[in-house]
Design a protein around this ligand. Structure first.
Ligand code: FES
Length: 85
């Protein structure tokens, strides 16, 4: 995973079997840095208290009310482009 901040927006960029995904990089629990946690398959594990989010959908692993914002990702040559809107 890659932990990046663009225009003040913290983003976790995840590489899942060569496909890139980007979600809000701040955990909604206590704002832990998601990209500094672990990636198991598509699941991002927050390094602070182990909440988990699917980096493809943004969905929390068991609470359907919690969904991390997703950002479109594209690759342009050697650059990774994240659209933060
Ligand atoms: S800050 Fe992420 S689980 Fe607590």
């Amino acid at each position: 995973m890659l932990d990046v901040t663009l225009d003040g927006v913290r983003i976790a960029v995840c590489n899942v079997e060569g496909r890139l995904h980007a979600i809000d990089g701040l955990c909604p629990h206590r704002e832990g840095p998601l990209a500094q946690g672990a990636l198991h398959g598509t699941m991002v594990v927050c390094p602070w208290h182990a909440w988990e989010f699917d980096c493809v959908t943004g969905q929390h692993d068991y609470n359907p009310k919690i969904v991390q914002r997703k950002f479109p990702v594209a690759i342009d040559g050697g650059d990774v482009l994240v659209d933060i809107g």
